[in-house]
Design a protein around this ligand. Structure first.
Ligand code: ZN
Length: 237
């Protein structure tokens, strides 16, 4: 497993829901912002269908606020919500266009995406929203650089990122050493406390530590105590 390229300045993380980034990628984001990189978040939905017993109209704003709080802890201040319906996101041209528009607005060299495979690991199904946003996101990376595919966004200059890196994959091609930033990433997941409280009766901090223990463990063939792995895709340069 190789070191993920870090010779870039601006990155955008595109996911379906609040908390998707905080399940592991936030540790890498914290490392990158400490290096002086400019990282922004784009979330397709506000996660409004994610809290049992709490109506979407209340859950949406609350989860946006939790996402912004978690983002701030890892050095990210620009968080965009596209307003797609939580749990009902479809992989289609409209989603590709909106994600391509976001990539053009933010002009990242690196686009980070969440696992869009059918499973997390053998026996554990991935969710429909993750599949849709991840797959449309990868397509949007190429779409963003093409001036003809989406005429509706022709007013935003085309932009081609250099890479897309997908996290949450069982074994990726590349990794990032997050030994020094796991702790701050635990804090960024704890920021989703109302969401986590509804998920389990275990204390929120214990839940957050257990998740980060799982997603930022040492990786085979990569010399770091704690690491996040990615599957890297090359686009230009
Ligand atoms: Zn999710």
């Amino acid at each position: 497993m190789e070191q993920l390229p870090e010779d870039w300045e601006r990155g955008v993380v595109i996911v379906a829901h609040p908390d998707d980034i905080e399940y592991g990628a936030a540790a890498a984001v914290a490392r990158w912002t400490r290096q002086g990189k400019d990282i922004r978040y784009v979330l397709a939905s506000s996660g409004e269908a994610g809290i049992e017993g709490l109506a979407p109209a209340e859950a949406g704003p609350l989860r946006e606020a939790e996402e912004r709080a978690g983002a701030t802890l890892v050095g990210v201040t620009e968080v965009e919500f596209l307003g797609y319906p939580d749990g009902r996101i479809e992989e289609n041209l409209a989603l590709r266009r909106d994600l391509a528009a976001a990539i053009r607005r933010h002009r990242p060299e690196m686009v980070v995406l969440f696992n869009f495979g059918d499973v997390w690991a053998r026996g554990y199904a991935n969710s429909a929203d993750h599949r849709a946003v991840g797959r449309a996101g990868l397509d949007a990376v190429s779409d963003a650089g093409n001036e003809w595919i989406h005429p509706e966004i022709a007013d935003i200059p085309a932009w081609s990122p250099r890479w897309a890196a997908v996290y949450g994959v069982a074994d990726g091609s590349h990794a990032v050493d997050v030994t020094d930033t796991v702790e701050v990433a635990v804090g960024s997941l704890i920021a989703h406390h109302r969401y986590l409280e509804a998920l389990s009766s275990d204390p929120v901090e214990d839940q957050a530590r257990a998740v980060l223990e799982m997603t930022t463990g040492p990786k085979e063939g990569f010399a770091a105590d704690r690491a996040v792995s990615f599957e890297l895709y090359y686009f230009r340069g």
